[in-house]
Design a protein. Structure first.
Lengths: 147, 82
């Protein structure tokens, strides 16, 4: 169904690319943690991210007045940063010394099931094929776990 | 020990990740985004493991890993066609 649209393939490729960025991001975080520690590493990460986001927003909107929109966003959405820092810190603590493949695969089940729940909440229907697809992915990942 | 210069780009990666994640979820749904992202993570992890980038220990890519890639691709295909 989605393959009828060339655009969908582009979005899938972009999602694959985000996986690449995700791993590089995590590896760099581990390196920063090993030199600066968890707190300084997190501060560097999020401070830089906030400054870059702000600069992009200003450049794209051409006006800083549009940042007033922050006041209109439901307050619950502003907790995103808090939920973002939890996996990062947990990853920094748990990852050193382990295989990257091992530490990556261990969080995949949660991500996939969460994706399924989000899709269910947004679209209102639960596709059996998606569940089978997830099972396939999990089988693929689990047979490759570090011995 | 001095931090390598590329480490200071860590914020940019975070921003790219957030932007790509939110756009892709709105366009193709959370499950496919996650599944495709897993494929990307897997490929990237294998490359890093094989070549020992970022000071990690080298773990050679074995031919048996290909079955994992096939299963992940089949899973993504099933998610995409519904």
């Amino acid at each position: 169904m989605l393959f009828s649209k060339v655009g969908a393939i582009m979005w899938i490729l972009l999602a694959v690319m985000s996986g690449f960025v995700n791993i590089i991001n995590k590896l760099i975080n581990v390196k920063i943690k090993s030199i600066y520690g968890i707190v300084k590493g997190s501060i560097l990460n999020y401070f830089e991210g906030a400054v870059i986001s702000l600069l992009i927003s200003i450049l794209l909107t051409k006006s800083i007045n549009n940042l007033d929109v922050v006041n209109e966003i439901p307050k619950g959405y502003l907790t995103g940063g808090f939920f973002g820092i939890i996996p990062m810190v947990m990853f920094m603590i748990g990852m050193p010394g382990k295989s990257i493949l091992f530490s990556t695969t261990i969080i995949l089940a949660g991500q996939l099931v969460c994706g399924l729940i989000v899709d269910f909440l947004l679209e209102g229907n639960l596709s059996v094929f998606k569940i089978i697809g997830i099972i396939f992915i999990m089988i693929g990942v689990s047979i490759d776990r570090d011995k | 020990m001095k931090l390598p210069k590329y480490c200071y780009l860590v914020g940019i990666y975070g921003v790219i990740l957030t932007v790509l994640g939110s756009i892709c979820v709105s366009k193709i749904g959370a499950t496919i985004t996650m599944a495709a992202s897993i494929l990307g993570q897997y490929i990237c992890s294998s490359i890093v493991d094989h070549f020992g980038f970022f000071g990690n220990m080298k773990r050679c890519f074995t031919i048996t890993k290909i079955r994992t890639y096939i299963l992940i691709c089949v899973g993504i295909y099933l998610c995409v066609i519904f």
